[in-house]
Each structure stands twice: as structure tokens, then as C-alpha cells.
Design a binder for this molecule. Structure first.
Ligand SMILES: Nc1ncnc2c1ncn2[C@@H]1O[C@H](COP(=O)(O)OP(=O)(O)OP(=O)(O)O)[C@@H](O)[C@H]1O
Ligand SMILES: [Mg+2]
Length: 251
């Protein structure tokens, strides 16, 4: 076990409901993710992917087992410790959760305002330029495309330079080109900042950004695989091989 791994999960179980209705959603999950690693989690609907992500993010309480995020044990952690952990995590969800009454710049600025540590004043403009929205700082979300909104969400998640990024179906609402662009952007920025990514997706078109692919099934974590191994063992009809060809940079 690597003490420096930003995410270490051991024997994690999770249950929903109580009494007769109590149902186990996660079974004995073991997982370690290294610094700078990009891990993609796949698996059928209802297999427990979002549950894992919300537990890692300190968004729900850990019931059983051990879950260490950035050195903090989240099983038995108090609210203050959970908040502190969340501060070091960037969240990106399918529904980008932008505030419609705020401009692009204000949506990103808001995350900085929630942080105690001081960040340079131009940070939000810089990161929005990096995601290609430098010209749209004063736009409102309603005047952006789906891909552009998701880029704002990525800028918002990255602006505080989090050590860990958790993304749940970040491309689900996007067409294939915007989905691909957004994820590539995420990969580039994350590699630059050296942060660790755990990304849930059903989207076979983005698997090649992963260092490792893991699979959830019925609340259990199956073996992990490299992208090449994953491609070799899955039905080729379900994979779009074009997406595994190196981008030429003209996109
Ligand atoms: N708040 C909740 N209350 C009760 N059961 C829940 C709750 N959240 C999730 N579950 C159940 O836990 C299991 C795992 O759900 P989860 O949302 O983690 O799946 P998922 O893999 O993210 O699915 P999807 O791909 O559809 O998003 C499912 O059986 C689900 O019904
Ligand atoms: Mg889910």
C-alpha cells in the first residue's frame, strides 16, 4: 500500500435504506489511485459508480471500511474534516450545475470565493482562456452551447488547482466532438497541474485518455485494465476504434 496515494479504498461497503428495505450497494471495494493517474470507471447503470464517487468526494458519509483521500480517513470523519477534503477536490457532473443568473466569469469566481486560501485575481480569466472561453467571460450560461457550458464547469473545477478531480459522466450531454474536446482539455490541464482524476463514463469514445480502466458490476469492483487490454476484451461493436487513434491536433 502506497501511503502517498491520494485515494486509497479498503474493504468499503455501503448500504442504502433501513430495516427491511436496507440494500447493499457496494461490496468490499478495494482501490488505490496514484498521484497524477487518470482512472476511468465504467459499468452498467445501477452498479454503484456514482456512489463510489460521492463517497470519495466526501459528499456522503462512509459507513464501513476505510477510505483515505489526501491523507484523511473519511470513515468516521467529522463535518469539518469532510469540508476540508472537499476543498481539495474538483467536481464535474453531467448536469454542469452552472448558476444561470451569473456570468461565465462569476460562475468560476464563485468557487474561488468559497475557498479560504488566496488565489491570484486573474485566475478565473486565465483558466477560462485555457478552456477556450476567454472571449465569453461576460456571457450568461443560456447563451452558451452544451460543450461550452461543460467547459465552464471544467474551468470551475480546475481553478482552485485541486489535487483530485471527480467527474461523473462529464460528456453525457455532449455530441461526440464536444465530448472529446472537453475530455482532452481535462486531460491536458490535469497533467499540467499533476492532479489525479477519477472519471465515471459510459462513453467508449473517451477511454483512451485513461491510464487505467476499472469496471463496476453489481456493487463490486472487477479487475482493472489498460486501454489496450480493455479494447481487446470487449465487443468491438461497442467500441469506436477511431477514438483510439492519436489526435492529429487539427480538431
Ligand atoms: N439515495 C439512494 N437511496 C437508495 N438507493 C440508492 C440511492 N442512490 C443509489 N441507490 C442505489 O444504489 C445502487 C447504485 O447506484 P449508483 O447511483 O451508484 O449507480 P451508477 O452506477 O452510478 O448508475 P448510473 O450509471 O445509472 O448512474 C442502485 O441500485 C441504486 O438504486
Ligand atoms: Mg451514476
Amino acid at each position: 500500500m502506497d501511503a502517498d496515494a491520494p485515494i486509497t479504498i479498503r474493504g468499503l461497503n455501503h448500504y442504502f435504506g433501513q430495516g427491511q428495505l436496507k440494500k447493499q450497494a457496494l461490496f468490499n471495494i478495494d482501490l488505490e489511485i496514484q498521484r497524477g493517474e487518470i482512472v476511468i470507471m465504467t459499468g452498467p447503470s445501477g452498479s454503484g459508480k456514482t456512489t463510489v464517487l460521492t463517497l470519495v468526494g466526501g459528499l456522503r458519509g462512509v459507513q464501513e471500511g476505510s477510505l483515505k483521500v489526501l491523507g484523511q480517513e473519511l470513515c468516521g470523519a467529522n463535518e469539518k474534516q469532510l469540508i476540508q477534503t472537499r476543498r481539495n477536490i474538483g467536481f464535474i457532473f453531467q448536469a454542469h450545475n452552472l448558476l444561470n443568473s451569473l456570468t461565465v466569469r462569476q460562475n468560476v469566481q464563485m468557487t474561488l470565493d468559497l475557498q479560504e486560501n488566496s488565489v491570484d485575481e486573474q485566475a478565473e480569466a486565465n483558466i477560462l482562456t485555457a478552456v477556450g472561453l476567454g472571449e465569453r467571460l461576460d456571457y450568461y450560461p443560456e447563451n452558451l452551447s452544451g460543450g461550452q457550458k461543460q467547459r465552464v464547469a471544467i474551468a470551475r473545477a480546475l481553478v482552485t488547482r485541486p489535487q483530485v478531480i471527480l467527474a461523473d459522466e462529464p460528456t453525457a450531454a455532449l455530441d461526440s466532438k464536444s465530448g472529446r474536446d472537453v475530455v482532452q482539455l481535462l486531460q491536458n490541464l490535469a497533467k499540467e497541474q499533476g492532479c489525479t482524476i477519477l472519471l465515471v463514463t459510459h462513453d467508449n469514445r473517451i477511454l483512451d485518455i485513461a491510464d487505467r480502466i476499472i469496471n463496476m458490476e453489481d456493487g463490486k469492483l472487477g479487475g482493472s485494465d489498460t486501454v489496450a487490454g480493455y479494447v481487446a476484451t470487449h465487443d468491438p461493436k461497442s467500441l469506436d476504434r477511431r477514438m483510439f487513434i492519436e489526435s492529429t491536433g487539427t480538431a
